[in-house]
Ligand binder design. Structure first.
Ligand code: SF4
Length: 378
């Protein structure tokens, strides 16, 4: 049930991605990279689960130093996310096999420098060290020029951004790149990836539903997107993003492989009726940026506490850090993002304040009850 893919094959060190290569399954270490022992342990867990590629986050000089040490202690195919600091490419490229940059984050530094120049610089750093590149577009961080151009039409904005960055890579003669277009809503992921693949059938695609949340809902959302895309021959590598305790992160790989096996065998699981009509809890998969490990427990408690509202068509987002938390919760009816000692509560884009970890659930309940009541009056 997975037709032959039309993409070209790229190389990420020893790993072939795209074309007739097997669909590669990847994951991300959720530990603080500078905590060498914990990160190495996380890498071993993911390797043991069969990860083809492992991504690690680098946010500081200590993380870069740790990366060099990790490189000497593992043979895993490694990737690093540049996040807002595209200049980190120079320091991380010698130690990894792939670099991911987000077109929506390039404007944060050196605003006077053109996007094309920045991409050329990243591509140059990657080429010097034999790294592949992922152009990682995310609906939660659309580049300002695309926001202005497309307004509320987020799908057109992210697809066009990906297509334009592919053109920059092509013009630079950089070949070993792939593209991801992610969001937490699988329907948007399906639409955007189908539109991108129609325009660039040659470019390998990394699939993912970001911030899918906890199992089983996180798996169901991911399955919805992957069933629709892989069965159309779209998707050359994938990540299942799940909110899990660190020691269980290997489950992301197991679920990814199971999804591929099921789709190949034509075993499509039906989507629970009205899945999108009830309460939808989005939670980030957690990574080294999580500011308080109570986040995982909190996400689970939010799910339990809100079970009474499962018939209501509302979205609650629970995010692990201040980097992506504030922006990624804007579209939710209620959003929580975790700081070191407090949890910030939002109603749509409106901030409602920061609350202690042991005070947030009753406060969330008040807001949820008020929303349900207000909707009932309409
Ligand atoms: S929201 Fe923050 S903690 Fe969660 S995955 Fe994204 S960057 Fe990591």
């Amino acid at each position: 049930m997975i037709p032959p893919r039309k993409t070209r094959t790229i190389r990420i060190r020893s790993l072939r991605v795209g074309g007739d290569a097997p669909i590669a399954v990847q994951s991300m270490a959720a530990t603080r990279t500078r905590d060498l022992a914990a990160t190495l342990r996380q890498i071993r867990i993911l390797e043991a689960a069969g990860a083809d590629l492992i991504r690690i986050a680098v946010d500081s000089r200590e993380d870069v130093a740790a990366l060099a040490q990790l490189r000497s202690q593992t043979n895993a195919v490694l990737s690093v996310d540049l996040q807002e600091s595209y200049k980190l490419a120079e320091q991380v490229a010698p130690h990894v096999d792939k670099i991911r940059y987000n077109p929506g984050h390039l404007h944060h530094h050196e605003r006077q420098r053109s996007v094309r120049d920045k991409v050329a610089w990243i591509a140059d750093q990657a080429a010097r060290h034999g790294c592949a590149i992922r152009i990682g577009v995310n609906a939660g961080s659309i580049a300002p020029e695309y926001q202005e151009r497309f307004g509320e039409d987020h799908v057109s904005a992210i697809v066009q951004s990906a297509v334009d960055h592919c053109e920059i890579m092509d013009a630079l003669g950089f070949r070993d790149y792939c593209v991801s277009i992610k969001d937490s809503d699988p329907r948007l992921v399906i639409d955007a990836n189908m539109r991108f693949a129609a325009q660039r059938p040659d470019v390998p695609i990394h699939l993912g539903v970001t911030e899918a949340g906890m199992p089983p809902e996180g798996i169901i959302k991911t399955r919805i997107a992957f069933e629709q895309l892989l069965s159309r021959g779209i998707g050359d590598t994938l990540r299942v993003s799940l909110t899990l305790p660190f020691d269980d992160k290997g489950k992301e790989i197991e679920v990814g492989r199971e999804l591929i096996r099921d789709i190949e065998a034509g075993r499509f699981r039906s989507v629970p009726p009205n899945f999108f009509d009830g309460l939808n809890i989005i939670a980030c998969p957690s990574c080294s940026r999580v500011e308080n490990e109570k986040f995982i427990e909190l996400a689970e408690e939010v799910k339990k506490m809100t079970a009474y509202a499962k018939e209501h068509k509302l979205t609650i987002a629970v995010m692990g850090c201040r980097v992506n938390g504030p922006g990624e919760t804007d579209d939710a009816d209620l959003g929580l993002w975790c700081g070191p000692t407090t949890v910030n509560l939002k109603k749509g884009p409106q901030e409602l304040g920061a609350f202690a970890y042991d005070a947030i659930l009753p406060r969330l309940r008040e807001e949820l009850d008020a929303l349900i009541e207000a909707r009932g009056r309409r």
